[in-house]
Design a protein around this ligand. Structure first.
Ligand code: BTN
Length: 250
């Protein structure tokens, strides 16, 4: 598919053999809007909350720079959008997939983690980093960490990295273009409805562990800025921005 043609969705798609971190690379440069960097391996892959992301050859490591030109408080939706794209790619390979808010991709009946998303913001835009486990990985489990799995272990019928990368980039564009056209409004663009349909966290009892304490409640809904609203046991609604959660136990 012609991802970088004049009317195609991406400014450029670069594939490198090895780099420390595709996110770090795009954060450093001043790339044009919708620049894509893919690495066959990362030697210092970054995960959320200063964790590392195991990135041996055989996995998919993609970062995209977006300067979406929509209000910055709506940028967190890009990370939720990445989750939507991942669910649809995993399902296209015949694998059962759901999301744990904000953006963990859980695969198979065992609901193990198959992918992660790390978004970092610059003054003009967002570097959206996506790591998808295709071949089995050895990952260290942090406290509250989810057991890892991969498309291969869940019996996917497509494991070709180029094909999977193409599907992922097309799927991202399918949701990002209308979201941007709607000035980042997830309700108008249909993104919210799509996300909600894939996210198992909503409606569940959760324990939110923040840096400065924790509380229990029921995950209720998402706001226009991607915040999760959790009703605590006293009946108060509390907003939990994606960046603040350390662990969300369900
Ligand atoms: C997580 O902790 O769940 C997020 C993992 C994000 C990993 C991806 S791989 C491509 C991009 N480059 C990085 O260094 N990290 C992200």
């Amino acid at each position: 598919q012609r991802l970088t043609q004049p009317n195609g969705p991406y400014a450029g798609v670069t594939v490198v053999e090895s780099t420390k971190s595709t996110n770090a690379d795009l954060e450093r440069g001043r790339p044009p809007d919708r620049t894509v960097l893919i690495a066959r391996e990362q030697t210092a892959g970054e995960g959320r909350r200063t964790r590392s992301w195991s990135s041996p050859p055989g996995g998919l490591y993609v970062s995209i720079y977006y300067a979406p030109g929509v209000p910055a408080h709506r940028w967190p939706w890009l990370t939720l959008l990445a989750g939507v794209a991942l669910v649809n790619v995993a399902r296209s390979t015949g694998v059962e997939a759901v999301l744990k808010w904000p953006n963990d991709l859980l695969l198979g009946p065992g609901r193990k983690k198959g992918a992660g998303v790390l978004a970092t913001t610059t003054d003009k835009g967002v570097v959206l980093g996506i790591g998808l486990n295709v071949q089995p990985v050895q990952a260290e489990l942090g406290p509250g960490g989810l057991a890892p799995t991969s498309l291969a272990e869940e019996g996917a019928n497509e494991l070709d990295l180029t094909e999977l990368a193409t599907r992922l980039l097309l799927e991202l564009d399918k949701w990002e273009a209308p979201w941007r056209a709607a000035d980042g409004d997830p309700f108008v663009s249909g993104l919210h409805e799509e996300y909600r349909s894939h996210c198992e966290t909503l409606g569940q009892k959760v324990r939110v562990e923040l840096i400065n304490g924790s509380f229990e409640g029921t995950a209720r809904y998402l706001e226009t800025d991607g915040t999760l609203v959790v009703r605590d046991v006293e009946g108060h609604d509390r907003s939990v921005p994606a960046g603040d959660v350390v662990h969300l136990r369900t």
